[in-house]
Design a protein around this ligand. Structure first.
Ligand code: GLY
Ligand code: MN
Ligand code: MN
Length: 442
């Protein structure tokens, strides 16, 4: 059961921020349904900002919030419809939604366009995500023009439009207790899915079989969907950063890189583990794996309050670049390969991102030109990697070694906590788990 008070409290915070900024009206639509092909829709996913403020999951809904002396939240949503509910299932309707979601008022979505000009009238500013969706932009522009058309009757239309996402992004960046609880549960489900993937992998199986094992644990555990397309990448595919075909037969000697996490009640988890399909790391695989693990530990050590966002990335790059020199993948000096960016041949992405309702979550990474300081309640990933292709002209033992190790970190008062730590990542842990399963199966 969703805690309606959490959503009400977030609306109150946004209204207070708007009031402090001079008042105004916010219009926050949810996402549209999308056709996949004839008579078939993509699975519906609400808009993250709308959901953050409402907890309401139905399509065709808009939240309107009025700041000032008498703050109000109005939900526009679909009306009850016996015929449609026979085909598509339950819908709240305005009356039940108003009560269940703690709104001040709820109205039929079909009445929105008629109400909007009056809701915008005499408001100093409109808080809206202009430019995000051109259909909504047109609808909002029409409502603004309708409000302006009334000026000879003494009505004023908003003089400014502010991006409501800027305020909400800062709120979303610091997770509250209920968000952290949900993210912990999502992380636990995904960790279990990665354990099952390790236990299920062996030469001769196909990547999609492992994809199915992940999806099985996600759904069996109550998650609604994967938070993003699962990457199940064996052999050369491990070096393709956004590989999603997941259709190759896995071979003896391959590494398998799995980047997969479930979405639970709107919140993403995001884990990558890499392990040998046959259950035992080769010498070169072991060397590169240990290097990436050390880079992750270096980044984790600099993830905590008082550290800047970029400190973890810089630390990971230093460890990786030194390892690339030690393994003979690069030539030169540590400072030289960092300064020239030569290390990017094997490590071409950054070490993390915010995590929350979106897998690449809301929130600025820099403030006034400087990398921002980490604060308790922020959640981010720590995900260094190293990807070595035959085209890199290095000894053959390194070819097709693609490794990423990714955990989800909650910034705490003391440092950070990896909420995905239950997914094994030490070499002996992985080998023991895979061996135990192979023994049990034989
Ligand atoms: N799975 C998306 C990412 O790691 O950023
Ligand atoms: Mn990630
Ligand atoms: Mn990932």
């Amino acid at each position: 059961m969703r805690d309606i008070e959490q959503f009400r409290a977030r609306r109150a915070r946004l209204l207070a921020k708007m009031t402090a900024g001079g008042g105004g009206v916010a219009v926050i639509p949810t996402a549209a349904e999308m056709a996949r092909n004839r008579d078939s829709q993509f699975p519906y996913r609400f808009d993250s900002y709308f959901y953050y403020l409402t907890g309401f999951c139905e399509p065709e809904a808009v939240l309107v919030m009025l700041a000032g002396d008498a703050p109000r939240s109005i939900l526009f949503c679909r009306t009850k419809d016996v015929e449609r509910e026979i085909w598509d299932g339950y819908r709240y309707g305005p009356e039940a939604a108003c009560e269940a979601f703690g709104m001040d008022e709820a109205l039929a979505i079909g009445e929105l366009d008629a109400h909007l000009p009056a809701l915008l009238a005499n408001q100093p500013s409109l808080h809206y995500s202009m430019g995000y969706d051109r259909h909504w932009d047109q609808r909002i522009a029409a409502a603004l023009n309708a409000a302006r058309a009334n000026t000879r009757n003494g009505v004023t239309a908003p003089h400014s439009i502010q991006d409501v996402r800027a305020e909400l992004d800062e709120m979303r960046l610091i997770k509250d207790a209920s968000e952290i609880a949900t993210m912990r549960r999502a992380a636990a489900i995904s960790s279990e899915a990665h354990r099952r993937a390790m236990q299920s992998s062996r030469p001769g199986r196909f990547e999609y079989e492992i994809d199915a094992e992940l999806g099985y644990v996600f759904r069996r555990s109550g998650s609604q969907a994967p938070a993003y397309s699962s990457i199940v990448a064996s052999g050369p595919n491990a070096c393709v950063l956004h590989y999603v075909e997941n259709d190759r037969r896995m071979e003896d000697g391959d590494l398998l890189l799995i980047d997969a996490g479930c979405e639970l009640d709107g919140y993403a988890s995001d884990i990558t583990r890499t392990f040998p399909v046959n259950g035992r790391f080769s010498g070169a695989q072991r060397d590169v794996y240990q290097l990436v693990l050390s880079a992750q530990a270096a980044a984790q050590a600099l993830t905590g309050p008082g550290q800047r966002w970029n400190a973890g990335h810089d630390a990971a790059v230093r460890v990786l670049a030194q390892g690339m020199l030690d393994l003979g993948l690069l030539e030169g000096t540590l400072d030289g390969v960092i300064e020239s960016g030569a290390y990017r041949q094997f490590y071409m992405h950054r070490t993390g991102h915010w995590l929350g309702l979106d897998v690449h979550d809301a929130g600025e990474y820099k403030l006034a030109g400087d990398w921002r300081m980490l604060e308790p309640g922020m959640v981010l990933t720590i995900e260094p990697g190293c990807y070595i292709r035959p085209a890199d002209k290095v000894p053959e033992a390194f070819w097709n070694i693609g490794i990423r190790i990714e955990d989800d970190a909650l910034v705490t008062a003391e440092g950070c906590e990896l909420i995905t730590a239950a997914a094994p990542k030490q070499i002996d842990e992985i080998e023991n788990l895979m061996r135990a399963h192979a023994d049990a199966a034989s």
